[in-house]
Structure formats: structure tokens, C-alpha cells
Design a protein around this ligand. Structure first.
Ligand code: AMP
Length: 440
């Protein structure tokens, strides 16, 4: 006799009385956020796109520790960059080590390339990464203290084709995610030879405006004048339009390199515009700098540029590089605002339902048989009633429920229920995996 299936209960199961939400004593630390299962459909989609693009362009996966020697960033990212000066989480350990939670990944990748002499295996070295970064910023929309970046680095080549390829790969991720209106802003900030002359011109221009610009910019004037062009303060914005432009002060080789990058960009059909005020926040950038935006959204999706001297600054060999980093949360934010669907949640077409302890034990071994056959099956073993288990199966949109009670265990049979039309059949246990394989 088939097992009678009770109808799903109308009332929700009573929730246990526990302190949840705000009543619970702990919350995530300010600026840090949980990624809940419902968000992983977006995050996994980003990861999938990154992997696909990276594989296509021949970038190899690399990961470096979240904790690094703090001096790596002080020297590499630069003491005058906001990231190091104001936002870096540093720790003095009990044994006197001075370490930092990585605020970005480029110096770590460069360190690893030199430390492991990867130049002998990968030249140029083309790497991609994805992982959490930490910056003690003021949290706001699209700005967190722990956030994820995915990015690319190309080391030991000064071929401008790789400047274009890094931009192309970053753009391709946005395309893979079906983001609309993505645009690249580009500029060149020159090299060691031409930048000092340009900075001198910039300082001359700002000299008589020091009393009119914001406090941060008066400091930038002394430490890092280029960053004045990056300032969003309303006091400073009007002065940017008349400020001298780096592309007018490039040396012959930087001018040629920038022209080459633009020619490659034209070949690649990546929509770009030149933004003469684009300078980027990290100190090591040279030559090409760029940022990606989606439509009118104010926050950049990502950015990057060349860093010809980073290796030398860290005490390594002469080794030009170029890289880009995209903010995963920013990509996800844009996916959401543009209505891009996440990956569907992991679902199982088959659901195991038990009645009684013996059946539960038998289903445990059946679960393993399905695993061996490569078929995903779900269960709700913590629920006792048939009704509650079928409710979960229904919620998970399972197509088949495999129901086993004491009688079925005894007869070595399984009751196979089609969840769509409610029809049921009995199948010998030893043939159940094979039967399901045919059905799904
Ligand atoms: P950067 O390493 O500063 O060049 O930043 C590259 C990208 O990382 C940015 O364009 C953002 O998409 C993302 N990003 C940087 N800082 C944050 C932050 N505090 N919160 C979220 N995303 C960030």
C-alpha cells in the first residue's frame, strides 16, 4: 500500500524563542559585511566571469597572504597614498613583527614573483587573483572596510599591447556579466623622466590657489601634487579645468607609448574616453592609467595602470608591470541596479524523505550511492514528519521525492514520487540510482 502523503500545513512552523537581529549582542564590525547565501548567486557569477576571461587571455591564478609586511605597502603602494597613509590596518604582533592586512594585491603579487624567481617560469608573468582587501575608510554606498577585488597583473614586459590587454580583460568581465553602458576613462601620467617637469608645472599653477583649495589638497600640494586632480571637494573641482595636463608634458617615449595604447584600444573596440584629470590613488602608477565606470554611476567599477618602477622600489630588479583591479561588490551593485540575474541557487532534482530511524539509516547509505553516481540529492533529515520534509522538497523545487519508510526498508523498495504531478511508483532500491539517472 503506498504511503499516504499529507497535505502541506497551512500555518508556518513555530520559530524557537531565540534572540535574533538587533537583540543579539554581536554584529559584524563596522564596514565589514556578511555575504549571505542569497548573495552568492551574484558573487559566483562574478568569479565565473573572472575565471573565464582569465583563462581565455592566459592569466594564471595566484594568491598571496592577507597579512604582509606593512613596509611592502608603505614602500610599494606609497606612504603618500591615502590607502597607506590613512586607511591601512596595521598590526604590531607580540613578537615585534609589523604587518598589515592587505589593502590591495599588486605589491603582494610583485613580491611573490620576485621571491619565487617566477621570471624563470613565467615571462612575462600573467596572473589573476580574487580575494578580500581591507581599508579603513568611511563606509558608504559601494565603499566597505573589507571588500573583494579581482584583478590582473602582467609582469616583466613593457609591451604596450599588455596595457591594452589588461583594459580589454577588465572590460570583458563587465561584458560577461552583461553590464550596460560600461566606459573606460584613460590617461597617461608619464614616467620618471617626464613626470617631475609636469609636477613642477602643476605646483606652479596651484601656488597662488593654496588658500582656496581644501585642507587635504594643501597637504597633497606638498606630498603628492598629482592627487590634487583627483579631489572631489567642491572647492577644488573648479581649478581642475585650467590645470596643466599630464599628456601635454609627456616625454617622447611616453607620448609614443600612449599613442600605441590608443591604437590598440581602437583595434579592440573598447569604448573609451581620455580623461586628463585621471591620476589614480596609488603612488606607483606610471604611463597608462584607467578606470571603468558603468553609465552615470559615480563609483568606479575598477581601475589600474602601469607600474614600471614598483619592483625597483621594493628592492627588486628592473621589471615593468601593468595591472587592474575590479571591485567585486561594485560589480554586484551594478548587476543589481541593472537587473542582471544572479546564478540560480544550487538545486537538487531529487529529495530523500524518510519515515522512522531505520529508513533514515538506509537513506544515509543511499545518499552515498548518489554521490558516487554524481547525482546531487538533498534531504531534510533534521525534520521528523513526512509533511515537513515534503514541504522542504517543494520549496527546493525538487522534481522527485524518494520516500522510504519501515515497510520500504523491509521490502528493499523506494517510493518514487513525481513532485509535479503527484504520481507514484515503487522501485527496487538497487535500481533507484539507475532509474533516477534516466529520469533527470
Ligand atoms: P584601487 O585598488 O583603489 O585602484 O581600487 C580598484 C577598485 O576596487 C575600485 O574601482 C573599486 O571598484 C574597488 N574598491 C576600492 N576600494 C573599495 C572599498 N573601500 N569598498 C569597495 N570597493 C572598493
Amino acid at each position: 500500500m503506498p504511503i499516504k502523503i499529507p497535505r502541506a500545513p497551512k500555518k508556518a512552523e513555530k520559530k524557537p524563542a531565540v534572540r535574533t537581529g538587533k537583540k543579539f549582542g554581536f554584529q559584524s564590525v563596522k564596514g565589514m559585511h556578511d555575504t549571505l547565501p542569497e548573495d552568492f548567486g551574484y558573487r559566483d557569477k562574478v568569479e565565473k566571469a573572472v575565471k573565464k576571461v582569465a583563462n581565455f587571455y592566459g592569466f594564471l591564478h595566484i594568491d598571496t597572504p592577507i597579512l604582509e609586511d606593512a613596509k611592502l605597502y608603505e614602500r610599494g603602494t606609497g606612504l603618500t597614498s591615502e590607502v597607506v597613509e590613512k586607511q591601512m590596518y596595521t598590526i604590531r604582533t607580540g613578537t615585534g613583527e609589523y604587518v598589515a592586512l592587505r589593502p590591495e594585491q599588486t605589491p603582494g603579487v610583485v613580491r611573490a614573483y620576485i621571491e619565487h624567481a617566477l621570471v624563470y617560469s613565467y615571462n612575462p608573468g600573467k596572473f589573476y587573483y580574487s580575494g578580500p582587501m581591507f581599508r579603513h575608510e568611511q563606509p558608504q554606498s559601494g565603499r566597505f572596510r573589507q571588500f573583494n577585488q579581482c584583478g590582473f597583473e602582467i609582469l616583466n614586459s613593457n609591451d604596450m599591447v599588455y596595457h591594452a590587454q589588461i583594459i580589454e580583460a577588465s572590460y570583458k568581465i563587465c561584458q560577461e556579466l552583461k553590464l550596460k553602458n560600461v566606459q573606460v576613462k584613460l590617461n597617461s601620467i608619464g614616467c620618471r623622466n617626464c613626470r617631475p617637469g609636469y609636477v613642477k608645472k602643476l605646483k606652479e599653477y596651484y601656488k597662488d590657489k593654496l588658500s582656496k583649495i581644501c585642507k587635504d589638497c594643501t597637504q597633497r600640494y606638498k606630498d603628492n601634487p598629482l592627487r590634487m586632480l583627483d579631489c572631489k571637494n567642491e572647492k577644488c573641482v573648479p581649478f581642475k579645468a585650467e590645470a596643466p595636463q599630464s599628456i601635454d608634458h609627456l616625454c617622447t617615449s611616453c607620448k609614443r607609448d600612449f599613442k600605441t595604447v590608443l591604437e590598440y584600444m581602437d583595434e579592440l573596440h573598447v569604448p573609451y574616453m581620455i580623461d586628463v584629470t585621471l591620476v589614480r590613488g596609488l603612488d606607483y602608477y606610471t604611463k597608462t592609467v584607467f578606470e571603468l565606470f558603468a553609465g552615470e554611476e559615480g563609483n568606479a567599477l575598477g581601475g589600474g595602470g602601469g607600474y614600471d618602477y614598483l619592483s625597483e622600489i621594493l628592492g627588486g630588479p628592473k621589471m615593468p608591470g601593468v595591472g587592474a583591479a575590479l571591485g567585486v561588490e561594485r560589480l554586484i551593485g551594478t548587476m543589481k541596479s541593472q537587473g542582471v540575474a544572479p546564478l540560480p541557487p544550487m538545486q537538487s532534482k531529487v529529495f530523500l524523505v524518510y519515515m522512522g530511524d531505520q529508513a533514515k539509516k538506509r537513506l544515509l547509505s543511499m545518499l552515498e550511492e548518489f554521490y558516487e553516481a554524481g547525482i546531487t540529492v538533498h534531504e531534510a533529515f533534521a525534520k521528523e514528519s513526512l509533511k515537513a520534509q515534503l514541504k522542504v522538497a517543494d520549496k527546493e523545487k525538487a522534481e522527485y521525492a524518494l520516500i522510504v519508510g519501515q515497510k520500504e526498508v523491509f521490502e528493499e523498495m523506494v517510493l518514487l514520487r513525481d513532485m509535479k504531478n503527484g504520481s507514484q511508483e515503487t522501485v527496487p532500491m538497487k535500481r533507484i540510482v539507475e532509474t533516477i539517472k534516466k529520469k533527470i
